[in-house]
Design a protein around this ligand. Structure first.
Ligand SMILES: Cc1cc2nc3c(=O)[nH]c(=O)nc-3n(C[C@H](O)[C@H](O)[C@H](O)COP(=O)(O)O)c2cc1C
Length: 240
């Protein structure tokens, strides 16, 4: 009977595709980067860091003059590609992902310009996907950044609320992210099974199917209930 159930589970699993998360961010002074690095200790995701094509720009010099003029150009003509600063080319297949988390610095109440360029190029491919927004600002509120995200990803399924982390709170990112992931019900957002098989060599890391880390550097799965998990990168069916 157990074998039959297992065989049925395999048949079931082959028709469901794996749900994956992508994190896209830009960071000039590394606050968003620190937040993303903390997030990666809590969920499994691929990551893209957006890089401006022009290197060495000082966005903060002369009272933030460069950043300010980039934002002004976008505000003036948001539907024209030439309003957006060039970024290094990014090769990404957005269709692989069911959830996209965007890590955005706030510039003059808007989303930092290089990240807007990425979303101008790829936002339409994100239609129907879960979109989570994390914004870092010194003190300004984030509604302008939320509007930018909604303009650039016209048919995204935005997760509510967005997470606002002030620069001074960056070192508290761990608990702020934990709370936020719970609030948006991250662990139930995605589901799906690709294959079954257990790789039990040495220590193991166990994730739920939606990518929430349940056990790190463990020696056995004894403490988790029966069910489907991602163990050492593979979908695994744990029996009891
Ligand atoms: C060009 C520019 C404009 C900014 N404008 C604002 C602003 O209007 N309000 C604010 O609270 N913070 C503003 N900031 C501060 C950033 O939002 C804040 O330092 C954030 O943590 C930066 O993230 P990062 O370190 O990942 O680049 C600005 C920063 C830059 C570089």
């Amino acid at each position: 009977m157990k074998q039959l159930l297992f065989a049925l589970a395999i048949m079931f699993t082959t028709v469901v595709t794996q749900a994956k998360t992508l994190i896209v961010y830009y960071s000039y002074t590394n606050n968003v980067e620190r937040i993303v690095n903390e997030l990666l200790t809590q969920i499994e995701a691929d990551v893209i860091e957006v890089e401006p094509a022009e290197k060495g720009l000082d966005y903060a010099a002369n009272n933030y003059a460069v950043g300010s003029s980039q934002i002004a150009a976008i505000r003036e003509n948001p539907s024209d590609a030439s309003s957006y600063p060039a970024i290094d080319p990014v090769s990404v297949d957005i269709s692989q992902y069911s959830t996209i988390i965007i890590g955005a610095p706030l510039w003059w109440s808007n989303m930092a310009a290089p990240l807007q360029t990425f979303l101008f190029q790829h936002g339409k491919e994100m239609a129907g996907k879960n979109i989570g927004l994390i914004v870092s600002s010194a003190s300004s509120g984030i509604s302008g950044v939320e509007s930018d995200a909604k303009r650039l990803i016209p048919n995204g399924k935005f997760l509510s609320p967005s997470l606002w982390i002030r620069s001074s709170q960056t070192s508290n990112a761990k608990s702020l992210l934990q709370d936020w992931l719970q609030t948006i019900d991250y662990s139930n957002l995605t589901s799906g099974i690709e294959s079954i098989g257990q790789d039990n060599n040495g220590s193991i890391t166990v994730y739920s199917l939606s990518g929430v880390k349940l056990l790190a550097d463990a020696e056995s799965t004894a403490t988790i209930p029966a069910g489907l998990y991602i163990i050492n990168g593979k979908k695994t069916f744990v029996t009891r």
